[in-house]
Every structure is written in structure tokens, then in C-alpha cells.
Design a protein around this ligand. Structure first.
Ligand code: DER
Length: 235
């Protein structure tokens, strides 16, 4: 099975939790994309009705429109029944790294408003420690004096061997701009960052930081698709 087929299996499994009448958070990324299209398909077939979707990014907003999911927002629906979204990393306690697609702020706002947060991943996303995969830990920051903020973030995690890199568009090397008009600094760690909650609090205390990509104690259900099949685990 290809990685995309595994993502699709996980996404379709998650959509089994969707009931007619629900207000749904719609995730962002190549895994959540399958869930959004599946929901549209079931609406089309009349197997689901009275669904309201709250997208976690402009790109998901467009996709949801294209598959016919009625859309609204958090102002109109401050509490959601269920959100289905992918993750970049999942640790054994269901803590997540998200945001490598750049949508972490709206995802965290929507996911924080949901009664149930179903994470859908292929098995390659499972890690022992967050930030341990040597891949990016995204932090959304304001564009004003971004070098200053990036440097402060690096110094904050000096003992973890942290390096921060401004995320740039591959094409023209211009700074990547989020849906909210902010920049993203990707943090790379050589060593374990230790207490995640302390790291989260320290990052959020830094003026200039908007939000970071650690989603701690937020997921309620984890669906993992692997070569041996798909598993569903509740917190
Ligand atoms: O950027 C994001 O937050 C995405 O949801 C990411 O965490 C998962 O994206 P993927 O499903 O394309 O791997």
C-alpha cells in the first residue's frame, strides 16, 4: 500500500464517526483532504445530511466548497461536535506536532473548540518524542523583526541544539505567509526538548510569537493506518 492509500484508509475510518446534523471541523493536509472529500461524497449520496463544516485553512475552505459541504465559522459555531485532522508527529501520549502545512493557528483554534478531535495518520508519523524526528517544529510569528524572534526561540532551546529557519516559498525564496498574514519559523532540535508543557509555555510567553505546532493533550482519538491494518485508539 502506498502512503497515500494508508492516509485514505485512516481518513475514511475517521469519517465513520461523522453523524448527520454534526458541526464538523475540517482539517488541512494530504490526509485530511481524503476525509473532506469522503464527507462530500456521503452528502452527495444522501448518506449524510445537515452537516456544517468549519474549515481549518483557506485551502480546505476551497476543497470543502468544491465537494459541496455547507460551510460556516467559529463565530457562528463556537463549539463543534468533531474534527478530523492529520498530524506530522504523534507521540505515545497522543501529543502532536502539526503545522508543516502552515495552518497550525486556525487548526489549533478549531480543534480547541471541538468535543472530539480525531487524528488520522499513516504509521510513519508515530514517534517516541515530539521534535525527535529531526523534522520541523513550526512556530507562527509576526513578521515584524522576525529575525529577533527567531533568535530568541533558538536561544530558548540552546541546550537542545535548536536551529530556527524562516519558512520560505520554494519557488522565489520569499517568506511563506500564513492565512493569517504571519510568518513561520521552523525549529529543528538535535536533542530532546524535555518537558513539552514547559516548552510550550516558554514559546507562548515570547512576545512576537502567535502560536506553535505542539498540540498537547488535545487529541481524543488516534487512527493509524499501517501495512498490518488500521487501528483506532481513544485517549
Ligand atoms: O500542517 C498541518 O497541520 C497538517 O495537518 C499536518 O500536520 C499533516 O499533514 P499531512 O496529512 O499532509 O501529513
Amino acid at each position: 500500500l502506498t502512503q497515500d492509500e494508508l492516509k485514505k484508509i485512516a481518513a475514511y475510518k475517521a469519517v465513520e464517526f461523522v453523524e448527520s446534523g454534526m458541526v464538523l471541523g475540517l482539517g488541512t493536509g494530504s490526509t485530511a483532504k481524503h476525509a473532506v472529500s469522503r464527507i462530500g461524497e456521503l452528502l452527495q449520496q444522501g448518506k449524510l445530511h445537515n452537516i456544517v463544516g468549519i474549515p481549518t485553512s483557506k485551502i480546505t475552505h476551497e476543497q470543502a466548497l468544491s465537494v459541496g459541504i455547507p460551510l460556516s465559522d467559529l463565530d457562528a459555531h463556537p463549539v463543534l461536535d468533531l474534527v478530523i485532522d492529520g498530524a506530522d508527529e504523534v507521540d505515545p501520549f497522543m501529543n502532536l506536532v502539526k503545522g508543516r502545512g502552515g495552518s497550525l493557528l486556525r487548526e489549533k483554534m478549531v480543534e480547541g473548540a471541538c468535543k472530539k478531535f480525531v487524528v488520522i495518520v499513516d504509521e510513519s508519523k508515530l514517534v517516541k518524542h515530539l521534535g525527535g524526528s529531526g523534522l520541523a517544529m513550526p512556530v507562527e510569528i509576526v513578521p515584524f523583526c522576525w529575525k529577533f524572534t527567531a533568535k530568541r526561540l533558538e536561544l530558548m532551546f540552546e541546550e537542545a541544539g535548536c536551529v530556527g529557519k524562516l519558512r520560505r516559498f520554494v519557488g522565489n525564496g520569499e517568506p511563506f505567509v500564513t492565512d493569517n498574514g504571519n510568518y513561520i519559523v521552523d525549529l529543528y532540535f538535535k536533542r530532546d526538548i524535555g518537558d513539552l508543557r514547559a516548552a510550550s509555555d516558554a514559546i507562548l510567553r515570547l512576545a512576537g510569537v502567535v502560536e506553535h505546532g505542539m498540540f498537547l493533550d488535545m487529541a481524543t482519538t488516534l487512527i493509524v493506518a499501517g501495512e498490518l491494518g488500521v487501528t483506532v485508539k481513544n485517549k
